[in-house]
Design a protein around this ligand. Structure first.
Ligand code: 8GP
Length: 689
């Protein structure tokens, strides 16, 4: 099911798997989208987005509709407060739209245990008693839109409103169900936090603390401070990025229009927060930067942090950055809320399912116990100098490469040799991930080979897979450039097959299962500080690729596990990046003019070297030079070239490369999501198996 976007969605899938496998009662809530993330086709080098109708003709055979768990969700309308017979103010809701939330449950099955957890996907329906309100197809369609598509375009007002409705619809339905099922146990509602934890995964469901308050106070009659106490103890939040554009903020007027009662509650939470902080003598600047409602906007991350007891980042560096920079003011107010939970991956999928030959080779070396206890992989270390074992693993990789080579030929018509280094960058297309740095290096190799066709190098196949957000112009231009560069290079006989470039369309989990086990080099080259964690880096490591990386996200922890000799690190670290921000001293044009190699590479975007891409080439040139290279590609370029030369040298020594590869596999057990989820369960949710 393509019900996610990139690492954020895949991580949620990993956690559901690990919860069931480790035996924790953990349940997911999501939306039963008719269409998942778009299907990508490449036409004339450009990305084209097609609907992903994943239900197909047979529907989803794994789901079960649960009519007895239907709940209603209210949107829009007017709310005013009126005194009841005891003089207590109660909200009166008028003219609301009532929608039916219908759950479809998808079992989450543990590995070789008898545990089945549940992923509940919510669909929307019009309640029969309100059918008269929807006399036209158009009005019915507007309701169906709520669960039609993942990440609808939000560049206009309607799109923004739709996203807010989606988020609230799912969150409210989920929380209503949680409260109902808790109350069936006959326990007092104000103690719900002792039995229930609600985790806010990124800011999409960050309306949860306010909605939970609404339910407790309005629907179940708890007083405000009792309700608040239990809300904070129930909620926790994971931040998945430091990029501020990804921290959701809603226009206050829009929020009030869609969720009039929740808006009142958010205002009350905000007022009380400000009063409490002022009373504690907190600096007014800090209060202003941390409050929820300001400048006409509702800051959802702030609500999640204030309304919960835990905030975590997803890798050590990321959590440090949250504390010292992005969420520093909150860290001053609530140091005890902050903690780290480094991401992980489901080893079962990325070894046993995606890499069956590798799994067999591991069995033959250390036995099968690793299949249920991944920490057994450490035993591989003892074979780091065993030439028979290394040879076996080498051939397993060659086999995976041959499989991928066949797929490449069938889908693109490009022939690639398995003797070449398979150098892979697969991830969402984003400027901070710096696919363009990879491109700059490919252009340099191309120019070098044109100058000197006899250049001594191990043949290289550069493999890309990436979807660009439909509205992200720059990212789409990078895709076009990669495809045009591929056309230029792949059919130039003078290069003697030393260089190939392949862009595989529609990168998704299924394709990842084919690509990742076939990689020799794992490109993790984001600008230091920008990639919160990354998780494909862990998948590549586990299947024996060598990581070529900046000191960013979980790359740092990968380096700590494998040691400096078994990874290739280059470029600025986070301190160097922040030093540029502090000094405002980065000057891309200066770097470009001072370094003839860089100048020649960058000029090839605008001097006709890469055909059929004049507009895109100009856009990229301007991003680098006119707009001062926001992600410091040019400064990191020389170090990257050097690191790539090191890869070339290392690969020539087959024994040494195979040893590095084996040690990567052996140390990858650290990144099992089974352990990550255990830390969440023990340290945040206080959950028992
Ligand atoms: C991603 C991070 O970019 C990635 O480094 C990390 O591995 C992954 O989350 C899982 O933790 N973050 C997002 O996708 C993200 O923050 N998306 C929000 C904009 C929706």
């Amino acid at each position: 099911m393509a019900l996610g976007n990139g690492g954020l969605g895949r991580l949620a899938a990993a956690f559901m798997d690990s919860l069931a496998t480790t035996g924790y009662p953990g349940f997911g809530n999501g939306i039963r989208y008719q269409y998942g993330l778009f299907k990508q086709r490449i036409v004339d080098g450009y990305q084209v987005e097609l609907p992903d109708s994943w239900f197909g003709s047979i529907g989803n055979v794994w789901e079960t509709r649960k009519d007895h768990n239907i709940v209603d969700v209210k949107l829009f309308g007017d709310v005013y407060l009126s005194a009841d017979e005891n003089g207590k103010l109660v909200p009166v809701y008028e003219g609301a739209q009532v929608l039916r939330a219908v759950p479809y449950d998808v079992p989450q099955i543990g590995f070789e245990n008898d545990n089945i957890n549940n992923l509940r996907l919510w669909d929307v329906e019009i309640p029969e008693e309100y059918e008269l309100y929807y006399p036209t197809l158009e009005s019915r369609r507007r309701v169906e839109d709520i669960t039609a598509i993942l990440y609808p375009d939000d560049s206009n007002y309607e799109g923004k409103q739709l996203r807010l409705v989606q988020e609230y619809f799912m969150t409210s339905a989920g929380l209503q169900t949680i409260i109902k099922s808790y109350l069936k146990q006959g326990l007092p509602l104000e103690q719900i936090h002792e039995k229930v934890s609600v985790h806010i995964n990124d800011t999409h469901p960050a309306v949860a603390p306010a909605e939970f308050m609404r339910l407790l106070v309005d629907d179940y009659g708890l007083d405000w401070s009792t309700a608040w106490n239990t809300t904070v103890k129930t909620m926790s939040y994971t931040n998945h990025t430091i990029l501020s554009e990804a921290l959701e903020k809603w226009d206050a007027e829009l929020f009030k229009h869609v969720l009039p009662r929740v808006y009142q509650i958010v205002l009350e939470i905000d007022n009380r927060f400000v009063a409490e902080m002022a009373q504690k003598g907190i600096d007014s600047g800090v209060i202003n930067r941390t409050r929820i409602v300001k400048d006409g906007q509702i800051h959802m991350a702030n609500l999640a942090i204030i309304g919960g007891h835990s905030v975590n980042g997803v890798a050590k560096l990321h959590t440090e950055l949250l504390k010292e920079d992005t969420l520093h003011d909150f860290y001053l107010l609530y140091p005890e809320k902050f903690n780290n939970k480094t991401n992980g991956i489901v080893q079962r999928r990325w070894t046993q399912i995606a890499a069956p030959e590798l799994s067999k080779a591991i069995d033959e070396t250390i036995g099968e116990a690793w299949r249920s206890d991944i920490h057994e992989l450490q035993k591989l270390k003892a074979y780091a100098d065993d030439t028979t074992v290394l040879d076996n693993f080498y051939h397993v990789k060659q086999e995976a490469k041959a499989k991928l080579a066949r797929y490449i030929f069938e889908t693109t018509g490009v022939e690639v040799s398995t003797e070449a280094i398979f150098d892979v960058q697969v991830k969402r297309l984003h400027a901070y991930k710096r696919q363009l740095l990879n491109v700059l290096h490919i252009i340099k190799l191309y120019l070098d080979l044109k100058d000197n066709p006899d250049k001594d190098m191990v043949p290289r196949v550069f493999i890309f897979g990436a979807k660009a957000a439909p509205g992200y112009h720059f990212a789409k231009s990078v895709i076009k450039i990669i495809n045009e560069l591929a056309n230029l290079i792949n059919y130039d006989d003078s290069l003697q097959g030393k260089l190939k470039v392949v862009f595989l369309e529609n990168y998704n989990v299924s394709l990842a299962e084919l690509i990742i086990p076939a990689a020799n080099v794992s490109e993790q080259i984001s600008l230091a500080s920008k990639e919160a964690s990354g998780t494909s880096n862990m998948k590549f490591m586990m299947t024996g690729a060598i990581t070529l990386a900046t000191l960013d996200g979980a790359n740092i922890e990968i380096k700590d596990e494998v040691g400096d000799d078994n990874i290739v690190i280059f470029g600025m670290d986070k301190d160097a990046v922040y030093a540029h921000y502090a000094a405002h001293d980065y000057y891309a044009r200066g770097v470009y003019e001072a370094n003839p190699v860089i100048k020649r590479v960058v000029d090839s975007f605008i001097n006709g070297t890469i055909p059929n891409s004049q507009a895109e080439g100009t856009e990229i040139y301007e991003a680098l030079i006119t707009h001062n290279d926001e992600y410091f590609l040019l400064e990191d370029f020389p170090a990257y070239v050097e690191a790539q030369e090191k890869i070339d040298q290392l690969y020539r020594n087959r024994a040494q490369w195979s040893r590095m590869s084996l040690l990567n596999i052996a140390n990858s057990d650290k990144f099992t999501s089974d352990d990550t989820i255990t830390e969440y369960a023990e340290e945040i949710w206080n959950l028992k198996k």
